[in-house]
Design a protein around this ligand. Structure first.
Ligand SMILES: [Zn+2]
Length: 401
């Protein structure tokens, strides 16, 4: 049998990926020929086109029910562009997204600016704040960071109370919390450090849910080698790897986060990106069973979920009251359409992203065909239960549409 395509992942393939960090993202020079014999096709050039014919492609105009997207980055991705915001609200209208939560306001830094930015469409947005651990300290000198001062947590709790009175709906923790911020001695600050306890307690008292991003995809904690299923992505972004002794393990991070969830049962936690463990839904199930104050959302993880459609469907049916809708957007309409197809259809083998190459693994996904009552819960009912203050804005959208 003739080998049409030979992919070689080895040191020294000219123009192709080599094992180890890469500097350049340029397309490789074409040294191979399409005869299967004269040279290896570098992984960077591999773009298989499916030969499947007559599989269903459902063209959905938007979410089946007006959706609340609980995970958005309207600061980071739109970079203050007013036109970008106007354009995205048009996308929200077209895609039946009633409300988006922006996670990009920083407490005590740009909260009112961010609220002002969203103000022209204030009925379509709600804001979560993230905390300012650094304060006026120097980025590279952890000892100077505000979070190491005696009263940081109590001051933060007071600022959170002010933020709540200014309309803030929740609090966001980024992955740097556990994988980035440092103690004066150079160690990473720990998620379950008791110094933060007054913050978790304030979130409970103020009824501010906490969306927490802990750890990252499993592949990012593995060596960047020929066995890594996200090799080509990590070769493009070697700085995304957390493999090595200098980092806590993924399990240590999850354990620390879970101790916080357990210790603060009155605080509502939203595990961002399926509690960052969509690769192991059995384990996420155990967490949901153990912690009634935990819900999850699938943003930027339909690539993982949609490649295990039977397991995912069972999970979504069983935990239909514990899953909110999130995308990690704002995204182009094409990306959003993959979310609808993933949740609502039995479509097979379709992309999870409009990007080329696909950004989170070289594979495609399958729809899980959720029943309508479950879609309603995931698109809006669960979010309204967790954040009742969103109800007024949500009802406004429903009345107008
Ligand atoms: Zn995010």
């Amino acid at each position: 049998m003739r080998l049409w395509i030979l992919i070689v992942l080895a040191m020294g393939v000219s123009g192709g990926f080599i094992v180890g960090p890469l500097q350049a993202q340029e397309p490789s020079e074409q040294k191979w020929k399409p005869d299967g014999k004269s040279g290896a096709l570098p992984l960077t050039d591999f773009r298989p086109r499916t030969m499947l014919k007559n599989i269903r492609v459902t063209d959905l105009a938007g979410a089946k029910y007006p959706a609340i997207d609980v995970h958005g980055h309207f600061g980071r991705r739109l970079r203050g562009s007013d036109q970008g915001l106007v354009d995205f609200v048009e996308v929200m209208d077209a895609q039946n997204i009633a409300l988006c939560i922006s996670l990009d306001a920083q407490l005590g830094v740009n909260l009112s600016d961010h609220q002002k930015y969203l103000e022209p469409f204030e009925n379509r947005f709600a804001v979560f704040v993230h905390l300012n651990f650094q304060g006026d300290g120097a980025a590279k000198d952890p000892a100077s960071w505000d979070c190491h001062r005696e009263d940081f947590a109590r001051r933060t709790a007071r600022l959170l109370a002010d933020a709540k009175s200014q309309g803030v709906c929740g609090v966001k923790f980024f992955k740097q919390f556990g994988l980035g911020y440092k103690n004066p001695d150079g160690s990473f600050i720990e998620i379950d450090d008791p110094r933060w306890d007054p913050i978790w307690e304030a979130c409970a008292t103020l009824q501010l849910p906490v969306i927490i991003h802990t750890a990252d995809p499993a592949a990012f904690f593995e060596p960047i080698d020929q066995f890594n299923e996200r090799y080509e992505e990590l070769a493009r972004h070697p700085d995304w790897s957390f493999y090595g002794e200098e980092y806590p393990t993924r399990n240590e991070l999850f354990a620390a986060r879970n101790r916080v969830i357990e210790k603060h049962p009155k605080t509502q936690f939203i595990g961002a990106h399926l509690a960052n463990n969509p690769e192991d839904l059995k384990r996420v199930s155990k967490w949901l069973d153990r912690y009634p104050n935990l819900v999850v959302e699938p943003s930027s993880r339909i690539g993982e979920l949609g490649r295990q459609p039977y397991t995912t469907r069972e999970f979504f049916l069983k935990y239909q009251d514990r899953i909110l809708f999130g995308t990690d957007g704002p995204w182009p309409e094409q990306r959003l359409s993959y979310y609808w197809r993933f949740l609502e259809t039995r479509d097979e083998y379709f992309p999870y992203s409009e990007k080329d190459p696909p950004p989170q693994g070289l594979w495609q996904i399958y729809g899980i065909d959720l029943p309508d009552p479950v879609l309603e819960k995931i698109y809006f009912r669960n979010a309204l239960r967790v954040m009742p203050s969103l109800r007024t804005k949500y009802e406004l959208y429903r009345k107008a549409n």
